[in-house]
Ligand binder design. Sequence first.
Ligand code: M6R
Length: 605
Amino acid sequence: MCGIVGYTGAESAAPVLLRALKRLEYRGYDSAGVATVYAGEVVVRKDAGRVDEINARLKLESMPGTVGIAHTRWATHGAPTAQNAHPHTDCSGRIAIVHNGVIENYLALKKELLDLDHSLASRTDSEVVAHLVEEYLRRGEQLEQAFRKALQRLEGSYAVALVSSLSPEKILAARREAPLIIGAGKGFNMVASDITALIEMTKEMVFLHDGDMAVLTGSGYRILRIDTGEVVERPVKVVELTVEMAEKQGYPHFMLKEIFEQPETLRNSLRLQIEYVDLLAELLDRGRTVFLIGAGTSYNACVAGSYLFSQIARLPTLPVIASEFIPNYGASIGVDTVILAVSQSGETADVLSALEYARMRACTILGITNTVGSTLTRVSRAYVLQNSGPEIGVAATKTFTSQVLVLAKIALRLARLRGKIAQYEIDEFNSWLERVPQTVAEALTMVNEPVRRLAERIAESRVVFILGRGVSYSTALEGRLKIMELSYIPCITYPAGESKHGPISVIEGGVPVIFVAPPDEYRKQNIGSIMEMKARGAYTVVVGDASDQELKQLADYYIEMPKIHPLLSPTTYTIPFQLLAYYTALAKGHDPDKPRNLAKSITVP
Ligand code: M6R
């Protein structure tokens, strides 16, 4: 959940680390800190708050030394205080560590360390790592060996980096179930939780595997296995991302930039390597039961996927929220189960634990992810990359629309393979699908202003209903998530037909009810639901086709949309909700890029 980074080379480390930390802030921003090695000592500065604030207070940027590590935190164990901020040091102050993940056995380790007269300063799980290394040093081990032995004692997940005055030129780093990448440079080497923190400095990346430990100096690096100490080679991948791609490009917020770059990201998502799409389609077709699993936005994409697979490919699938997969279906899965996991980061702990469980039961695991080298890509039998580019805004926007498009593409390949719909239907669907980037571009132009005006009304509301039928239920789910996480206004979503079974009792004068109503076979029923809500005084907003005069007359506020195949509508009808969430957040004075209590990548269960 946190972001870590390390630099060793000839330059002053702190400014490099600070710039990288800013890019990692989307992983958490409760506290931050830096440790450098200078004149035979480890220097640490850290505090609660965001990187810029702490830098202004503590002058992190001017910390001396050419070797250092840094951390930005999303609190799991221990409150977001200065004391609990990383880096953490050992008793002697010769070792500093930064950590992302959860050390599950930290209480037992802490007790053991306290009994051995270590004195621990924080309430975090992470601090034990520094003291464990110190303990093995006390027992006569050299630093590298002490680090490796300490790692062997840890249960849970970690990406960890360490500096020490005992080896002033080195960074030691390791990963297990949390991402960690080496950035290989000329005259320097870096390590970080993700690519975004490294691309300004180098394009050459080495993706560490679970159970890898790395020793970095300015002139090289070595990778070894934590359990055996065996030295291993990992390929260097050239990552073709520019620094600009990860920056705001003139927009006030990353979220707005990411919303407006969707025509381009969707075009990239259509450029999938077709052999992998075919392989996924083949493997999906072999399953007796097929699950689509994901969390948050990615789960909402799975819901859209289940409609697409059923209606286009005639393949029934079950969309499941990742954290519920084992409790609900764990007992019934086996060798003939196929699981397609959808995860932007490819590192979401709930998804990975469901997959680990399924892997042990010989299920076939497939993946859709945005992250090259992520754990999901390694545990999947086959996967496709959605090619959305880095998403910095905590709220998923462009990655959702890409996920739906990729799922639609897979559904189409499956339809061909299974031969259950006519060729002309396949061709027609394909031409709608290829046009999605253009349709999304039209939608962005059409809805931006009307949605900005609507946001003023929504910002005043205490609750918002968002309803849809069929595949539009997934659009409604995603609209709800966006509005809730950014505006903090409670939202209620369910398939529109459910109103009369209970939720309609919440409706009273002025409550906004937003209908997702593309021109599909549910149009008549939607009209019925709109009337039902109007009769009870609701303020009805309809997102529907620009040419639908009847719906326009009926609604209190109408958002005009371009034409699209109804089954592909989540890619386009989600746009007004993304913008509505953005403008409502602004109207309420919230930072849309950094919603409270959230982090981009949820790597703890
Ligand atoms: O990286 P993932 O797609 O697995 O992340 C899953 C969720 O944590 C994520 O979609 C979250 O719900 C979004 N930030 C919501 O906008």
